[in-house]
Design a protein around this ligand. Structure first.
Ligand code: SAH
Ligand code: SF4
Length: 411
């Protein structure tokens, strides 16, 4: 692992990265209780013990964050040996950890192939804020969609992540941030809701989560399970570019908060910026949003709107936005465009973003501009990209210098 601009990180347990041997074993992370029970049964755990073993393992893995069976002190040694022989709970390898000058952290993680295929790499980003911290999780390696302003969209889809790989991003971040309780916490303890470093998660990393529905669902149900990572579903947000048929299912089957990558209020423009619009145009998208289960003024959909200079940032667009969202319990998030090497788009002028925001504010939506975070380490929205097409270090340094010259180090 290499650490760029590293600061000391307090961690109760050091994550145990997978060894070559563990890489080929099935992981117990990301399995539902039933699946874990079946896996244990197949390895000879007697029926009458299965339920108890599953709840012990869930508690060790998700509440206490262990990544080594030998730390499971209330599990008999022969049982631990059996688990070690057949399964793994090891973390992915950290290829690189970067810390931005604003405290944002980005990890490049490598997941083993688990059988056939090649290892894959994804990025996960942690954004600390006053009194809270948000983890931005990836759902796919690359993306099959090609939104024209998004860096991830230039990386072809390599594959969907599994529920294990999605959840492991959360477990690893909590390891690195020292966010798991110390080992002497009584067995069965709950994860405290207050004072957590990772208090919120957003499915806003690489990939389109609704093109990987089942794995995302399973991972988020474990993340929000009271015996799992017990994050409130109100603190989990799934962002979609607009896969209409899965939107209602997201509300019904996962029950998390929804964000829509809107970015344009006319079909002709959205067809270019977010090409999935050709399949599911604005009317269908907004209709599906209106039907999202559990919406109220206290539980709104977030509409993300990237500010692209002279493309979608006029006051006409702002008017169109308010018109389009009429009657939908909505929050609007204006995202200053985050540039990446090779893009033809530019971020709107700050004065124009302010005018646009004022218009939106006067229509009753509160302070909608999202401050870009972690731009200097390419960790901001839409800048993630991994694997073979990753920039070489020299290219990255040149890009970072350009960013600082154009925007200042802290913008
Ligand atoms: N695929 C999902 C999840 C990714 S979320 C989706 O599109 O919703 C990432 C968010 O950042 C999306 O709203 C995306 O449209 C936005 N985004 C992509 N590229 C960006 C960029 N260069 N600058 C700012 N925001 C960007
Ligand atoms: Fe994929 Fe979302 Fe980027 Fe579009 S914005 S290319 S859907 S990651």
């Amino acid at each position: 692992m290499s650490v760029t601009d590293a600061v000391a990180v307090k961690s109760s347990f050091s994550p145990v990265p997978a060894t070559a041997e563990q890489n080929t074993k099935p992981s117990l992370i990301g399995l539902s209780r039933e699946e874990m029970g079946d896996a244990l049964r197949q390895k000879g755990v007697p029926d009458r013990q299965v339920k108890m073993r599953v709840s012990q393992i869930w508690n060790w893995v998700y509440v206490r964050g262990v990544s080594d069976f030998d730390h499971m002190s209330n599990v008999a040694k022969d049982m631990r040996d059996m688990l070690k022989t057949h399964f793994t709970i090891a973390r992915p390898e950290i290829v690189e950890e970067q810390v931005s000058n604003d405290g944002t952290r980005k990890w490049l993680l490598r997941f083993p192939p688990r059988g056939a295929g090649r290892p894959v790499e994804v990025e996960t980003v942690y954004i600390p804020e006053e009194g809270r911290g948000t983890l931005c999780i990836s759902s796919q390696v690359g993306c099959s969609l090609t939104c024209s302003f998004c860096h991830t969209g230039t990386q072809r889809l390599v594959r969907n992540l599994t529920a294990e790989e999605i959840l492991s991003q959360l477990l690893l971040a909590r390891d690195r941030l020292g966010d798991f309780p110390d080992r002497d916490v009584p067995v069965g303890a709950m994860v405290p809701a207050e004072g957590r470093k990772v208090s919120n998660i957003v499915m806003m990393g690489m990939g389109e989560p609704l093109y990987n529905f089942e794995a995302v669902k399973q991972a988020l149900l474990i993340a929000s399970d009271g015996d799992g990572l017990s994050l409130s579903k109100r603190r989990i947000t799934l962002s979609t570019s607009g896969v209409v048929p899965e939107i209602i299912r997201t509300g019904e089957e996962i029950g998390v908060m929804l964000a829509i990558s809107l970015h344009a209020v006319r079909d002709d423009l959205r067809d270019i910026l977010v090409p999935i619009n050709k399949k599911y145009p604005l009317k269908e998208l907004i209709d599906a949003c209106r039907k999202y289960p559990g919406l109220s003024n206290a539980r709104r959909i977030t509409f993300e709107y990237v500010m692209l200079k002279d493309v979608n940032d006029s006051l006409e667009d702002a008017k169109g936005l308010i018109q389009l969202l009429k009657g939908v319990p909505a929050k609007i998030n204006l995202i200053p465009f985050n540039p990446w090497p090779g893009t033809n788009y530019q971020c709107s002028e700050w004065s124009q973003i302010a005018r646009f925001a004022d218009f939106i504010n006067s229509a009753g939506y509160a302070s909608p501009i999202r401050t870009p975070r972690g731009r200097d380490i390419l960790a901001a929205c839409g800048q993630l990209k991994s694997e073979s097409e990753r920039m070489r270090k020299t290219e990255r340094l040149a890009f970072e210098a350009m960013m600082i010259a154009n925007h200042g180090a802290d913008d």
